[in-house]
Design a protein around this ligand. Structure first.
Ligand SMILES: O=C(O)CCC(=O)C(=O)O
Length: 282
């Protein structure tokens, strides 16, 4: 399966660094994106985590009506999985060998690029959970300016169907914020920093994305996603996190650890088999 190389304009790079995020249109061949439908279904069926269950444990008072989901409809789940690229060739190719690494390296203005993690995030029709506002850097055991997340939708994504949304310019705020549970703004235990502040509606930018479009946000950009109020359409996305030249390992107390984080040294470059170099291609 191939993808159609995308070209990054100077204005896109300026937008990313100025606003903390950029939406790039028609970057990947939609057929290639949609070829990930079956791999996504399989990984979610095999080992997906139901974040909706987690959400209701943390914020049991959340009601469907509060979130604009019609009562009496079958309630959707917010399903997620991480690090599929490690054992799954389709995800490895998507994250490491598609057009995405080159596009990201250009946006980050980085000579080289390393993969930090991929994740799958599915909001079924009528999913009430918002993705709580958070900064990705709070979850990553890295520091640096050239660190970002790419969000690739497999469905038309709008504010009504659970699209990602951003607080413009929030990457300029260098405060350390505590990571939260993703479906609740409650911070993870034993983490350091401030609680994520509440976000004013007028500060939020919620772009609409079609299949083939991607968004790229800086790891310090405050972002989340809306509920999926559609009664018929899922909101499936692959989210991939990358690090550029200036990224170094930096362990953050209480943030989720991967097995290989036991073996890394603070301040090291990310040369590790579980953080493979994905650009330039050899
Ligand atoms: O897809 C979502 O609901 C949220 C995505 C997100 O926050 C991320 O990928 O960093």
């Amino acid at each position: 399966m191939s993808d159609s190389g995308g070209f990054v304009e100077k204005a896109d790079i300026e937008k990313f660094w100025g606003d903390g995020f950029v939406v790039l249109r028609n970057v990947i061949d939609p057929d290639y994106v949609l070829s990930m439908e079956d791999p996504i279904s399989r990984v979610i069926d095999e080992d997906g985590t139901d974040l909706s269950e987690l959400g209701s444990l943390i914020t049991p008072e959340t009601t469907l009506i509060d979130k604009g989901i019609s009562a009496g409809k079958k309630v959707g789940r917010f399903l997620a999985g991480t690090d599929h690229w490690v054992n799954n060739k389709d995800f490895e190719t998507f994250a490491c060998n598609s057009v995405i690494p080159e596009v990201v390296a250009r946006v980050l203005q980085s000579e080289s690029l390393w993969l930090y993690e991929d994740s799958v995030l599915v909001k079924e029709p009528n999913t009430a959970e918002e993705t709580a506002f958070h900064k990705d850097l709070s979850y990553f055991h890295v520091s640096g300016e050239q660190v970002c997340t790419v969000w690739v939708p497999l469905d038309f994504a709008s504010p009504d169907t659970g699209a990602i949304r951003f607080v413009k310019g929030s990457h300029n705020d260098r405060s350390a914020y505590r990571p939260n549970w993703f479906v609740s703004d409650e911070p993870l235990p034993n983490t350091e920093g401030k609680r994520v502040p509440s976000v004013a509606f007028e500060d939020v930018v919620a772009p609409t994305l079609s299949v083939g479009d991607i968004s790229i946000h800086h790891a310090r950009t405050l972002h989340g996603a809306s509920p999926n109020r559609s009664g018929s359409q899922s909101r499936r996305a692959i989210s991939i996190r990358y690090c550029g030249d200036d990224a170094r390992y930096h362990l953050r107390r209480g943030a989720p650890l991967k097995p290989h984080h036991e073996t890394i040294t603070e301040g090291d470059v990310l040369t590790h088999e579980y953080c493979p170099k994905v650009w330039p291609k050899n």
